[in-house]
Ligand binder design. Structure first.
Ligand SMILES: [Mg+2]
Length: 381
């Protein structure tokens, strides 16, 4: 079997899909979405295709090694996302070729279902109550929300108070048996994060996410030691090597993104490394159906797996929905807060190729917002 063709599809709302076809007719799909930079990743994929065409699609690890390391310059979100999309597509293709789901190729299932959480927006505590209720109504038992919008470099009393009131409102709706995770989104300075974290402890957040920007990962240990809330990070870390310092600093939850951190192959290894530090995985996934399916396949075969983010109904998916691109929506439905084990071959979902081709004809130009402080300087989004 030889790889005949690699195609890419830029589809709404902000995703990039990869389709690899072998000369046998076997097909694999993956997702290389890099929010705001998918066109750049598409160019990297075109270059990687030069190497892959004519080669055996089943030597997945060797392709991972060559694409990740042989270009001399390596790492970073663009190249790692391109590798991730190819890696997922090759695992999908291998699963179809062998007639088994990817988690079977990773050693078989260690669980029957994976708990999932949904996003809630809303700035006003009353909006939060409605947004959380909407997620509970679709069958979820855990949610995540941003701690705040734009946050001053040194958070004011009013800003800190607003964060506390929002989390308190969420706990009020959820009660003691459901969970609320709080995402700082890299918007807080370390000093402000340290000040706010103890104030949130009475509301028992499930975890506190990205308290510092990834380039300041060396500072995350100071936050870890200042609060009893489990600290999470990792959606902007792209390899085992980048996870090692935050694991050593004492984070509780690792959040690699299957479309940014080297795909199924590397995230499986990050999970194993995390296990050594007694850290649980909760992969980042506000992305499309292929990234979600790739996460779930790793999760079904990985013991230290806490929960799965997913973007079905997320507030910033505009123009298309996760389920718009799958033929059978049933496998991705929530049952008692979880997604049941995907049993079909490969990634375990069936892509609606006609819908993907039609969406690619329109494309998208999604970009991250640019936020500024009142003095005109750049603020973290
Ligand atoms: Mg986040």
């Amino acid at each position: 079997m030889r790889i005949d063709r690699l195609e890419t599809f830029l589809v709404a709302p902000r995703w990039l899909f990869v389709r690899i076809e072998a000369d046998s007719g076997q097909v694999g799909w993956g997702e290389a979405s890099l929010e705001g930079h998918s066109d750049t990743v598409r160019a990297a994929l075109t270059q990687f295709a030069e190497y892959l065409i004519g080669r055996d699609p089943l030597t997945i690890e060797d392709h991972w090694q060559v694409l990740s390391k042989s270009g001399f310059y390596r790492g970073g979100p663009v190249l790692a996302s391109a590798v991730s999309g190819i890696d997922q597509a090759l695992w999908d293709l291998a699963g179809h070729h062998l007639g088994v789901p990817v988690h079977q190729l990773l050693g078989g299932a260690v669980r029957d279902r994976i708990r999932a959480y949904g996003w809630v927006g809303g700035d006003d505590p009353s909006e939060i109550a409605d947004a959380i209720q909407a997620q509970l109504d679709v069958g979820l038992t855990a949610v995540k929300m941003n701690a705040s919008g734009r946050m001053s470099r040194n958070g004011s009393v009013a800003e800190l108070d607003a964060v506390v009131r929002r989390v308190a409102a969420a706990r009020e709706v959820l009660g003691p048996n459901r969970d609320i995770a709080v995402d700082f989104h890299g918007r807080f300075t370390l000093a402000t994060a340290r000040r706010i974290a103890p104030l949130l402890e009475p509301f028992h957040p499930f975890f506190l996410e990205e308290p510092v920007v990834p380039e300041n990962s060396h500072a995350i240990g100071a936050l870890v030691t200042s609060t009893t809330i489990p600290v999470a990070t990792g959606e902007r870390l792209y390899s085992r090597q980048e996870f090692l310092p935050v694991l050593q600093a004492g984070i509780a939850v690792a959040q690699p993104d299957l479309s940014h951190a080297g795909g199924i192959s590397e995230v499986r290894r990050i999970a194993s490394l995390a296990e050594v530090y007694d850290v649980q995985l909760a992969p980042h996934c506000p992305l499309g159906p292929l990234a979600l399916a790739a996460c779930l396949q790793v999760g079904f075969a990985t013991p230290n797996y806490l929960i799965q983010e997913q973007s079905i109904g997320i507030h910033y998916n505009q123009g298309a929905e996760v389920l718009d691109y799958v033929l059978d929506k049933e496998p991705l439905k929530f049952v008692d807060g979880a997604i049941e084990r995907l049993t079909r071959p490969g990634l375990g979902i069936e892509i609606d190729e006609a819908a993907v081709r039609a969406a690619d004809a329109k494309g998208h130009e999604w970009r991250s917002p640019v936020w500024r402080y009142d003095d005109g300087s750049l603020a973290e989004w």
